[in-house]
Design a protein around this ligand. Structure first.
Ligand code: NAP
Length: 299
């Protein structure tokens, strides 16, 4: 339980609602900033303006998945209020106050350094990334269906990368009857791909592996799907690039060659905001409870 904990939730999208629900269920006292247009009321949570929050009593600040922008502004879809997380605000908090965010940037890094507060980036954690890979894969299947006129079953599918997303993508498309080849650069990844019953290849050989590719799914956040690679693909190939912006594909060249290439960021928040919110809510509430119990996080 989080009885006695005071938590400020600043801005966000539908995913924050699951976090607020969970925190109030666990009996935390929650201040909601940037939610005045939200119809729903949560018992134990009060909607406040930023200047109304008593930050000297706040044990944790929860930011939306993107954190802040480079000027410290926080996005919210439930308000027109401009919310800026400043050094002055963070300095008012008790020393033990932890800031939670999905990802960070220069502004947030500098802010926590200057104020000597702890920042936890939830998206850096393996557990969050692995759980998030589930809605990501479902969104990828949706895109593959929407943008092709053939079935996944029986198609030649190339997956690049065997990280947390790549492994889930490769396994699921294999189970849907796709003929999978998976490209990686580490020998242990090639071994794992083999063990999964899929066809491994080294990324150095990518150009030789895609002449019969129907769908290419990239999960590598580096420029791997180059013009040279695209030039060796059949023109009907669909490229779904899941890597974070700007992706790993030469989109300009793909368009020039008439190969359909789609950058697909943020699929969990698009296809399953409720689940994506619950994933964050579960991990976040566990971390807050561990802090209360004096346990160190295992990641
Ligand atoms: P991850 O676990 O770190 O996996 C990344 C994979 O890329 C690993 O197999 C890694 O191999 C490989 N890789 C990285 N840099 C490489 C390079 N320069 N050359 C060759 N291989 C390289 O990351 P993840 O959690 O799977 O996420 C993958 C990407 O998807 C990230 O950009 C993430 O932000 C994004 N993502 C997107 C969505 C969405 O909705 N589109 C959802 C979740 C995540 P090594 O081990 O050899 O480095």
């Amino acid at each position: 339980m989080l009885t006695g904990k005071q938590i400020a939730v600043l801005g966000g999208d539908a995913r924050q609602l699951e976090i607020i629900r969970k925190l109030t269920e666990l009996d935390a006292k929650v201040a909601l900033v940037g939610f005045e247009q939200l119809d729903h009321a949560f018992t134990g949570a009060s909607k406040e303006r930023l200047d109304e929050v008593d930050f000297s009593q706040v044990d944790a600040i929860i930011l939306p998945v993107p954190g802040t922008n480079l000027e410290g502004e926080i996005d919210t879809i439930f308000s027109n209020e401009k919310i800026v997380l400043t050094k002055e605000i963070v300095e008012q908090t008790p020393e033990h106050c932890t800031i939670f965010s999905g990802i960070t940037n220069k502004y947030l890094d500098e802010l926590v350094k200057q104020t000597d507060r702890k920042l936890i980036q939830l998206f850096e954690r393996d557990d969050v990334a692995i759980y998030n890979s589930i809605p990501t894969v479902e969104g990828t299947i949706m895109m593959a269906i929407q943008h092709t006129d053939f079935t996944i079953h029986g198609s030649n599918i190339v997956v690049l990368g065997l990280g947390r997303v790549g492994m889930s993508v490769a396994r699921t498309f294999h189970h849907l009857g796709g003929k999978l080849k998976v490209g990686a650069r580490k020998s242990e990844h090639l071994a794992r791909i083999s063990e999964m019953g899929l066809n491994p290849f080294h990324l150095d050989d990518l150009k030789q592996q895609i002449s019969d590719c129907d769908i290419l799914i990239n999960t590598i956040p580096a420029h791997v799907v180059t013009a040279q690679v695209i030039s060796k693909m059949p023109s009907h190939t669909l490229i779904i690039d899941l890597a974070s912006k700007p992706g790993g594909t030469d989109f300009r060249y793909a368009e020039k060659r008439g190969v359909k290439a789609l950058l697909a960021p943020g699929l969990p928040g698009i296809v399953a905001p409720k689940t994506a919110g619950q994933i964050l809510a579960n991990v976040l509430s566990q971390l807050l409870q561990d802090e209360t119990d004096g346990k160190e996080s295992s990641q």
